[in-house]
Structure formats: C-alpha cells, structure tokens
Ligand binder design. Structure first.
Ligand SMILES: [Fe+2]
Length: 310
C-alpha cells in the first residue's frame, strides 16, 4: 500500500516496528487539526476531567512538578501563557471529545496495520501536548505502545533501554498497578546509553514497549501529538507486570519470571483480573492536587493558589 500519513516508510520500518525505534516523516499538520487556532478552539470547550496542566522545574533529577487548571481562560490565553511559562497542557483522549480526531486516529492505525503484516491494535488513544519553550518531561515509562508526532517547535527526545538498570522490574510493576506515577529514578550517566533524537515539525518517533524516555524542548513553543495503542503482546506484558507486582508487594514473593509470552502468562493474567475485580489496590493510587491557575497577565503565565483536589 502507499502510505498517506507517513512519508519515507520502507520495508526496514516494517521490520523494525514494535521492537526498535523508528523515526519517519508524517503529514498530520496538513489535516489542519493541530494548528494553534484549532487547538485554542478545542481548549475553549475541553472537559475538565480530560486535560492535565502541569508545570515543572529545570533539573532532570529533581522531579518537582505541579498540577494546574486553566481557570476559565480562553484557549488563546492558555496558549499565550504556555508560550511564556514553563508548563504543558495535555489534552487527553481527544478522539472522545471531537469526532474529527477519532477519524484521524482510526486512519493512523489502519495505516500502521496495513504497513506491518500481522499487527492488530486496539484501545487507541490520541493526545495533544502543548508545551513551553525549554519545558521538559521527566524520565518516565509508559504502559501502552507509544508514538510521538511533532507538529510545531523542536524537542530532543532521549530514549533508554527498556531493561534494568534503566527500567527496574519493580518500577514497571508499580507503574502498571498505579501505585507509582510513570516517573522513575534518573541518573545523568544514563544519557551515555540513550538514543538521542531531535524532532522537528513533521517527524514521528515510535519506540519499544515501556522504553524509558525524557524530553527537553528547545527554546520555542512545542505542539506534539501522542498516540497510544494496545495489542495482544502489550496486553500480556501488562498482565505479567501487574501480577508480578501483586506477588512482590502483597504476597512477599520476588518474581523472577518476567516472560510476557508462553504458559506463565495465563495464570498471571488470571491473577491480575481477580485482583482488579477485588479493587484492593484502589486506596493506594496516586492523587495530585491543583495548586496553580493559568494567568496570562503574569510573567510566567501562572498564579499560585491554595492546593485543592480536582
Ligand atoms: Fe511518555
């Protein structure tokens, strides 16, 4: 097939997909869905429970980050505040808010599946991330399959191996169980083992499952799209990590088998399902309070407020 959304896709990318990093061109900007005007209009109507607004410090090892609220400002004002502050807004699950993004998301994965024989994906997700000049996303790992699509501005993405010491088994187990945020301890020497990719508008990056990464913006406003997907392999990896977390944290047993395929997956998937049905882990899930509001009139675009629950 001839790709429509990707540019430069070759057999090499088909062979690498899912197990190694691929970097390609894309044409998402041509849809007009990710211009500043289109995103400002989305923010104007965006449901409170579907976005996160965060601010962060400058040190990659000192992970101080805060949760904020747009506080009635227009989308245009929010973008203006982000362009002079040190923040990002993450519009989550955009495909549930506006059907145009749902149609695009379906097209993206139809194209991936047409290009990668045997690939079957589901539970697709599309997010839009607008972030400040110089903003950073701390070292972390995500649970589903991930791709990052750069629309405007430039950023440097550091990708690390998805094995210890970069990704410790305890970390990914706690992340899938929801008892730890996606962030993990980071040492600057990790960078010597990172793949470094500079993304410019029109670049797309997809990396191996759970691969730890961090991102640093250049000195310009950034607009990026994130997509997520699941497959049977990803679901099995999730179930095994979750079950290993139950064994380690609640049953006092240090799991040594991290196979995400083969016979050991099935009892672990059953344990995960049984545990989730009991909802025993709910009380330990992480909650963050809102302690700033967008204020485009202030130099850093934000106003501190007394912390409150969302
Ligand atoms: Fe991520």
């Amino acid at each position: 097939m001839t790709p429509n959304l990707f540019t430069g896709w070759t057999d090499r990318h088909t062979a690498l997909f899912g197990n190694h990093t691929i970097k390609l061109g894309h044409r998402l900007a041509e849809t007009g869905l990710f211009s500043e005007e289109a995103i400002a209009a989305l923010i104007d109507e965006y449901p409170e429970d579907k976005y996160n607004l965060n601010s962060m410090g400058p040190d990659p090892r000192n992970k101080v980050w805060r949760e904020g609220n747009v506080a009635g400002n227009s989308g245009k004002q929010v973008l203006q505040a982000i362009s002079k502050g040190r923040m990002w807004i993450n519009l989550r699950r955009v495909m549930e808010v506006d059907p145009r993004y749902d149609a695009l998301l379906n097209e993206i994965f139809a194209e991936f599946e047409a290009l990668v024989p045997g690939l079957h994906t589901y539970r697709h997700n599309l997010g839009i991330l607008v972030s400040s000049p110089g903003a950073q996303v701390y070292y972390h790992a995500d649970i589903p399959g991930q791709a990052l699509w750069q629309i405007a501005g430039r950023k440097r993405v550091y990708l690390y191996p998805n094995t210890a010491p970069f990704l410790e088994p305890e970390s990914i187990e706690n992340i899938v169980m929801g008892t730890q945020e996606e962030e993990m301890p980071f040492e600057t020497w990790f960078d010597a083992h990172a793949e470094i990719h500079d993304l410019k508008p029109g670049d797309m990056l997809h990396w191996p499952l759970n691969g730890p990464h961090r991102v640093v913006n250049e000195d310009c406003l950034n607009i990026s799209v994130t997509t997520e997907h699941w497959s049977n392999d990803i679901r099995n990896a999730y179930a095994v990590n979750y079950a290993n977390g139950i064994l380690r944290n609640h049953l006092g047993y240090a799991p040594r088998n991290r196979d995400t395929s083969g016979l050991s997956v099935y009892p672990k998937a059953a344990l995960t399902l049984a545990w989730k049905k009991m909802k025993l882990n709910k009380a330990s899930e992480f909650v963050r309070k809102i302690d700033f509001h967008i204020d485009p009139a202030r130099p850093n675009g934000m106003q501190d407020v007394a912390a409150y629950l969302k």
